[in-house]
Unconditional design. Sequence first.
Lengths: 261, 383, 172
Amino acid sequence: MNHPLEKYLRMEVFPSPFCSGCGHGILLSAVLRAIDGLGYSMDDMLFVSGIGCAAWIPSPHFAADTLHTTHGRAVAFATGAKLQNPNLKVMVISGDGDIAAIGGNHLIHAARRNIDLTVICANNSVYGMTGGQLAPTTPLECFTSTSPSGNTEPPFDLCKLVEGAGAGYVARFTVAHIHMLIKSIKAALEYEGFSFIEAVSPCPTQFGRMNAVPSPVDLINMLKKDFVSMAKYNKMPLEERGSLKPIGEFVKPDVRKSKAG
Amino acid sequence: MKYTTETIPSALKPGDYFMMGDEASAEGAVAAGCRFFAGYPITPTSELMVHIVKRFEEVGGKFIQMEDEIGSVGAMVGASWAGGKVMTATSGPGLSLMMENIGYAAMTETPMVIVDIQRAGPSTGQATRPGSGDILQVKYGSHGDYEIIALSPWSVQEMYDLTIEAFNLAEAYRAPVFLLADEGVGHLRENFTVKGEVEVYHRPKAKGLPPFDTGDEDMIPPMPAFGEGEKLLITGSTHDEWGYRKTQVSAVHDRLVKRLVNKIRVNAGKIHRWEAHFIEDIEYLVVAYGISARAALKTVMDLRKEGIKIGLWRPITIWPFPEEALKEAAEGVKAVIVPEMNHGQLVREVERHLSVPVHPIAQVDGEIMRPETIDIRYLILDI
Amino acid sequence: MNVMFCGFGGQGIVLAGVILGKAAVFDGLNAAQAASYGSEARGSACRSEVIISKGQIVYPHIERADILGVMSQQGYDLFQEKLKEDGILFYDDSIVQVKDEVPFEQVGIPATELAIKEFDKRIVANIIFLGAVVGRTEIVSMEALEKAVRDNVPEKFLEVNLRALEIGLKMG
């Protein structure tokens, strides 16, 4: 029997290029499970991605229209396609370097316009494809190939950034919280406006090895430990939060409406 | 594959109009069927954007003011693949930012029209003053090998006509096409004539064929749109005929880049446009384009009154350069003079194709080329 | 016929040239209008050139002007050398002080003063000035000029501008 997601994939391109233990394969399947759950047709979907490992999640794996763009520009390309043909369901999937560093300007302006796009930022805290360089999402003191003595620059909180810019749906989950992630992708796709999900995904090859956590299992367990529910996080005294980060839906359409009202 | 043609009524009522070149170009775009514009404000081009916004409100059309020029061309690629005829307009500083995605458009064979109203550079330079320093940038500005098409208007009439032509060429050859104008023409107001009908081209379409190489002789593959069920794979990386990345296969890269270059080079004879004035029995030939050609024609007419046998040859297609026509026009002349509002850009192309002495004349002071700058009597005495 | 208007940004110098050019086209003539100005929207030196011709306009810029209209002292000082010896210089005499010993004819128009007095709107001085130039020289027809004003002025300012034009035409 075939895998139930095969109909969404170009099977001839497998195996995927992702390293063993990379979280992007889990994210790939989460996106397709969300689409499957919603009953969307891949013929109505357009997947846009930039440059980097995560940009390869849709291109060439997804059996749909895919636009693999220049580095950082996926959101701008997606904006044009959506504007020209509003019937397209447009999803951007790309990495943190792509979307938050070189593409940061396009990201905040698309959020400001609240244009109907779903942007999934696969955040692995590092530039994987080019050899493990510092990203704007690398946590403080972490080691990368361009911060050999530890990172001294505070990272972006992408969800706060995009919320501040005006996005109508903002969430963070990790690939270790797969059911919540799928549910969130569904909510993002259903929202008619700019939706953003930071999908935290481990990179054992570049980030793990350089930070003494080379085992994929350890990295997944770290995600489970380091990311706590928004409700729990909010109740925690500040001194207990430390390097913990909240997951959850930070901006939801109804919440936003009540804020505006 | 071949593009299709259609004759449609002109968007403007036929007749004579008095408009700025920037505005006439916007009218040409509307006439050619352009209904998508992504842009960013810049002097001396903003008038085009402002005018097309106004016209889109009348005729329907999608407009977006992007966060920068990088985003403008990105949005155009997305919209072009979503089926639209797309345009942006800029000037030097914006053009520099656009280069990244113009290379992407060339690589993915995405039709689009980019209007460059050249101003005096480098850098911010003189925002409101003319220049023609982008002649080489439009051809070579993005990295790697590719060919583009660039048309150079010298009047408001041509700002209208050549914008229509630019859209048709973009559709026919699936390539980015520049309307390579200058501030002198962009901000000039003149009367121009709008005819009743316009011939427009539409990109080749076909179902189930590879969108990046069909093996056809003319090298132009069909271009489906997003949402048509073709499961398009579009990438700026080296790709095969179906769009699959083949970045490690030298034969695929070789074939792809050769076709990107040759689809313009082999068809250059069909793309070339030029114009000659007073070139019978000449001893001297002026080669000029854009607003400089207006000054050159004035000089030529004045010198001919004095009995000097001089003529003007004006490339309308700057890229691909119409070298055969130039060789014919320059046959047997003593010298060729190339006045430009830069320190010698197109003159290199002229020199490359001719064996007679070629004299560049540079006027780079932020003023429109003056007829007296091209006064070549001193040259004739020297020769 | 080569006409040049000079002043500073915000006076409507460019608009005066545009209206004149358009009027010429309404009269069935060829026209070319070009402007030179700085990036600032207001206050920088600015000039507007109009060429009107029955035949083809080869070079769309003015080497020597038949008519020079100046609405700033700087315009007068800088551009009077562009005027042909048999040309006419129009100047806004509420702004510009002219020299006596010049080879060409000088005509003073109190455009700004009248604009303030009649309309309490400095901004219509350009239309009064243009009206006076055309009234005196008849380079375009009155009908075409009025049509061009209607074409270029927003509806809510039209009446004021048409009255300003009339004042100008009469003065010329």
